[in-house]
Design a protein around this ligand. Structure first.
Ligand code: GLN
Length: 500
């Protein structure tokens, strides 16, 4: 394997900026890797090879002219196929948008381009980001590089798998209920859901607007921080964007000290229903942080028990409204337009054929929950629970700096195992959902490998709104401790792995 592609983004940035290697060479290395392994992994829905090489060449030219460039200039990045990128298809993993080429860039895409990063392609996802395994993609599932019979988590399984298979050093995801963190846990990578409003949603195809948040994915905490720094910041094009300075995440990632920091363990997120392996690695990590000087206390967040149920009413309600725009008239698929069918019939035929089963399920649930007779009983009650979850967080953060829990109750499951059982699928998001309901920030990083199936386990750090730097401080410290414990980065185990 080309040695360059196993390097961290920080190392690549350093090599490129000191001109020991060109961005062109690095980009070529990753594109070559994609050609070699993506037939099996299927992390990408679209590879943008020619444009990536062209961008790389332009960045190299800027560099040789001595221009001042960003920290990640020339470094490749993969983009979840829910963000618009002019000239490349944006499908959201749905037949509904197959072949649609957006006329504008998402703010996140534009920021990557402005930072002279090289976008190598668009990654696979559950249809419209609805799912926890990437099996709901209309274009086939992504496979977990640790074990290709297993799922890479979801909905951002493509972005996470691309990192674990060394097809890209960095990736962009979006997290509505865990879609950045849960795939990170399943693949032994790092993923951050920033504070709601920290990264612009402009041009991210909306799933549930009050919950959606773009965020960075990487192989290390520092790499993830570097990308976070480029993605985050005020955007007048997003009415929920926060107009405040971005916390110093890159500096925080390098502190590697947790002395005196108060860490709360959420008692509701670590008991029944969690695999013993996940819990073993979780408690081991907490013990390490305690030895390193953190103060550990147990914290009760009683309403977290109802968060999943509230999410699965609020999210589909917003989905039912957001997905009304796919009406066969404005963009994407149009079926049954034979000159005889009415517009309503064309919509019916198109939406019936274009959406997959999970998307339809959510539109139906959401429409029902919002209907006048049931609004108070369902949507109204769920919003009350949301407030109680926010209050739980506020109370907890008045006594501790960060909260911690496993990222998901189990390691990555087998492909096909839960696809016909929506309830079992939804339970994966037990630990990640409270953060989306409250709008604060959270990170998942690998806590080790399971003793029974050898798959990665994930640990989650949750911080108050706009305290995203605390995630990186604790995450960076824990990562260093774990590298010692495991004798090196976990992903080293995949460097010489072959897939067929
Ligand atoms: N798995 C969750 C769901 O299916 C979260 C999805 C997401 O974060 N986009 O809704």
């Amino acid at each position: 394997m080309n040695e360059l592609i196993t390097k961290t983004a920080a190392e690549l940035a350093q090599l490129i900026s000191t001109r020991q290697v060109s961005s062109y060479e690095v980009t070529q290395g990753f594109l070559q890797r994609i050609t070699e392994v993506d037939e099996v992994i299927h992390a990408f829905l679209h590879v943008d090879g020619d444009r990536a090489l062209d961008t790389a060449q332009k960045v190299d030219a800027k560099r040789s002219r001595g221009e001042q460039l960003s920290a990640l200039a020339g470094v490749p990045v993969a983009l979840k196929d829910a963000f618009t990128y002019v000239g490349a298809p944006t499908t959201c993993g749905s037949k509904m948008l197959e072949g649609w080429i957006p006329p504008y860039n998402s703010t996140i895409t534009q920021r990557l381009l402005d930072a002279d990063m090289v976008i190598v392609g668009k990654t696979n996802l559950d249809e419209f980001a609805m799912g926890s395994s990437t099996e709901n993609s209309a274009f086939g599932p992504t496979h977990n590089p640790w074990d290709t019979d297993r799922v890479p988590g979801g909905s951002g399984g493509g972005s996470a798998a691309a990192l674990a298979a060394f097809e890209a050093p960095l990736a962009v995801g979006s997290d509505t209920g865990g879609s950045i963190r849960q795939p990170a846990a399943a693949t032994g990578t790092v993923g951050v859901k920033p504070t709601y409003g920290a990264c612009s949603r402009y041009g991210l195809v909306a799933m549930a607007s009050s919950l959606d948040q773009p965020g960075p994915c990487g192989r290390t905490v520092v790499d993830t921080a570097l990308l976070h720094q480029i993605m985050a910041g005020y955007d007048p094009l997003d009415s929920t964007s926060i107009n405040q300075e971005v916390p110093g995440v890159v500096e925080a990632a390098q502190v590697k000290d947790v002395t005196g920091l108060k860490i709360g363990i959420v008692s509701q997120l670590a008991g029944d229903g969690y695999s013993p392996d996940v819990l073993t690695r979780f408690h081991e990590s907490i013990d390490m942080l305690a030895t390193a000087g953190a103060e550990i206390t147990e914290v009760s967040c009683p309403h977290f028990d109802a968060a999943l149920a509230a999410y699965y009413l609020i999210m589909p309600s917003e989905v039912s409204s957001n997905l009304a725009r796919f009406d066969a008239m404005r963009y994407g698929l149009r079926l049954g337009d034979n000159g005889e069918n009415s517009a309503e019939q064309v919509m019916k035929i198109t939406r019936g054929a274009g959406f997959g089963a999970e998307v339809k399920r959510r539109i139906i649930v959401g429409t029902y929950a919002l209907s006048s007779g049931y609004y108070d009983a369902y949507y109204g009650s769920a919003q009350k629970v949301r407030t109680l979850v926010i209050e739980d967080f506020t109370r907890a953060f008045s006594t501790v700096d960060v909260l911690m829990s496993p990222t998901s109750p189990t390691t990555a499951f087998k492909l096909g195992e839960r696809v016909d059982d929506p309830m079992a699928m939804y339970l994966n998001d037990l630990c990640t959902i409270p953060t989306n309901l409250a709008g604060n920030a959270a990170m998942s990083l690998p806590s080790g490998l399971s003793d029974t199936d050898g798959m990665p386990t994930g640990i989650q750090i949750m911080a108050p709104p706009m305290k995203d730097d605390l995630l990186y401080q604790v995450g960076g410290c824990l990562e260093a401790l774990l590298v010692d414990r495991w004798g090196g980065p976990l992903l080293d185990a995949l460097v010489s792995k072959e897939w067929s």
